[in-house]
Design a protein around this ligand. Structure first.
Ligand SMILES: O=C(CO)COP(=O)(O)O
Length: 249
């Protein structure tokens, strides 16, 4: 059985008081699904969030990390630093990192390697832009992002990767992919994994969908056979909305 996961990517939202308040609300929320729940606060609040949630079944994860072990990279955070404050899962390849910080597939391959060498898990994001979909290239674009950053891994290493399909045009826009569009892409990705790594690996890898998932559309998206959960932005900033999504699985 592959893992069902709902992860909240808080992005650059929530200072410490708001982080504390939202964590209190999350602790009080009622969970009725068996999905794994993760939240990704800002770096500065990770340690606090980890300490607050260590007895809970909510995992605190990071939004990014550097590919180097350590060194002169002002403003950056390493895998070892994350691990030392209790974090063992990291989001890599988010489209905002790719777009605003010029992260390339090659950079991401290095980040993935560093995370795995530190025994971390990776939520690996990818997704096409609107122009790619309009040109009918969306599948090719997504496949090349996955291939370039992940296909040097062996099947054992791939077990530590959670995939997250986030069409750029659906992020923060209120415009979500239709359930059919999500299923079509997730199925194509799973087939691509099966072709390279075999059916067993493909059947066991979780593929999340992200992009304007809200309480009112989550169930429809999650009901697709190849959609194993979601990566949630805006709607993860309110405990009620986030748990409505978690409980939609
Ligand atoms: O980018 C996302 C999660 O990583 C999705 O963001 P929204 O849910 O706000 O569209």
């Amino acid at each position: 059985m592959r893992r069902k996961i709902v992860a909240g990517n808080w992005k650059m939202n929530n200072d410490l008081p708001r982080t504390q308040g939202l964590i209190t609300d999350l602790k009080n929320a009622k969970k009725t699904s068996d999905a794994e729940v993760m939240i990704a606060p800002a770096y500065v609040n990770l340690y606090h969030a980890f300490e607050e949630l260590r007895e809970s079944d909510i995992e605190v994860i990071a939004q990014n990390m550097h590919f180097a072990e350590n060194g002169a990279y002002t403003g950056e955070v390493s895998a070892d630093m994350l691990k030392s404050v209790g974090i063992s899962t990291v989001i890599l390849g988010h489209s905002e990192r790719r777009a605003y910080y010029n992260e390339t597939d090659a950079d991401l391959a290095k980040k993935v390697d560093m995370a795995l060498s530190k025994k971390m898990e990776v939520v690996f994001c990818f997704g096409e832009e609107l122009k790619d979909r309009q040109a009918g290239n969306h599948e090719a674009v997504v496949k090349s992002q996955i291939k370039n950053a992940l296909f040097h891994l062996d099947a054992d290493a791939l077990k530590h990767i959670i995939l997250a399909y986030e069409p750029v045009w659906a992020i923060g826009t209120g415009e979500t992919a239709t359930p059919e569009q999500a299923q079509e892409m997730h199925k194509a990705i799973r087939k691509m994994i099966a072709d390279k790594y075999g059916d067993d690996t493909a059947d066991n890898i979780s593929i999340l969908y992200g992009g304007s998932v809200k309480p009112n559309n989550a169930q429809e998206i999650f009901s697709n056979p190849d959609v194993d959960g979601g990566l949630i932005g805006g709607a993860s900033l309110k405990a009620d909305d986030f748990f409505a999504i978690v409980n939609a699985i």
